[in-house]
Ligand binder design. Structure first.
Ligand SMILES: C[S@@+](CC[C@H](N)C(=O)[O-])C[C@H]1O[C@@H](n2cnc3c(N)ncnc32)[C@H](O)[C@@H]1O
Length: 281
């Protein structure tokens, strides 16, 4: 089953897929934002085919079930990128790691997505302009370390800085750069199958298609699937955004060249870059 979008509940649809059949996944699930947590600057997120208003316990159990089914479907050595954020309920922080540690996955890295804009400008906390992307890994024979990324991908670091998507009718899309970076960093030029179980407007599938990979999408909403299908019929229109991302995956000077040049080759230390602030007193 390749280059298709399945309409239905993510967990039910995942159960129809073969084990160890997919190389990479990227998703941003509904965040259980209770549909009433509107910031001053942002629109309320309401999906056309699903209610984003569960008890937190049920929400987390559902997420664990979907993530474990994805673990079955993804090949050993495969990766899944899970975009989420920290939330607060009556002043208490809810962290994605609260349920990620209950899944079969090895959490390989926590990436900070600096969205460069805060969704709410109240001062209960410092303005939240980050989301997280968890790189989850399915080990081969209990080897939790896995293979190295190529240097041209690894140099993109654990902080990703780009704004949220604005040109999209979906209420909560991520920008094309996000899944493109994940997929390209893992598969590079290799062929493979990419999955997004909460595909929405199909951003992950568009990235996969532009990168020459096969894809499987799932979403519960007919309306968003129609948007995704339209985008996939016209993928070349988004090719320029992808090209701009690929240009970042380049090693401009190797370690050897920097050393020969007398450039900085040491390990990154904050002390090397932070200039001491003037004393306040
Ligand atoms: C945050 S959005 C994903 C947006 C997507 N990344 C994009 O760029 O368009 C979450 C999606 O999950 C879908 N959804 C909600 N509950 C679902 C379920 N139980 N099964 C499958 N899809 C579901 C919603 O329709 C929505 O499109």
């Amino acid at each position: 089953m390749k280059n298709t979008i399945l309409k239905g509940d993510a967990l039910k649809m995942l159960k129809t897929l073969s084990s160890d059949s997919v190389d990479v996944g990227v998703t941003s699930p509904p965040y259980n934002k209770q549909e009433n947590k509107k910031g001053w600057l942002v629109k309320n997120v309401k999906y056309s085919g699903a209610c984003d208003k569960e008890s937190e316990l049920k929400y987390q159990l559902d997420q664990v079930a979907v993530l474990n089914e994805l673990f079955r479907v993804i090949k050993p050595g495969g990766s899944f990128f899970y975009n989420h954020k920290t939330r607060w309920e009556r002043g208490k922080m809810i962290h994605p790691m609260d349920w990620l540690r209950q899944t079969c996955w090895t959490v390989r890295q926590e990436i900070i997505w600096d969205r460069m804009i805060a969704a709410n400008i109240r001062g209960w906390r410092f303005w939240q302009k980050d989301e997280r992307i968890y790189w989850l890994y399915k080990p081969i024979d209990n080897n939790y370390i896995g293979k190295e990324l190529l240097a041209k991908h690894a140099l993109l670091s654990s902080i990703w800085r780009f704004p949220p998507e604005r040109n999209n009718p979906h209420p909560a899309p991520f920008p094309l750069i996000l899944p493109a970076r994940c997929i390209y960093s893992i598969l590079d030029k290799k062929s493979g199958v990419v999955i997004d179980p909460f595909a929405g407007s199909g951003t992950t599938l568009v990235a996969a298609s532009l990168l020459g990979k096969n894809y499987i999408g799932i979403d519960i909403s007919e309306e968003y699937i129609a948007v995704a299908k339209k985008r996939l019929r016209n993928v070349t229109q988004e090719g320029e955004i992808l090209m701009r991302e690929l240009e970042k995956h380049v090693v401009r000077k190797t370690f050897k060249e920097r050393k020969a040049n007398g450039d900085f080759v040491g390990r990154f230390r904050e002390a090397d870059v932070v200039i001491s602030p003037p004393s306040l007193f």
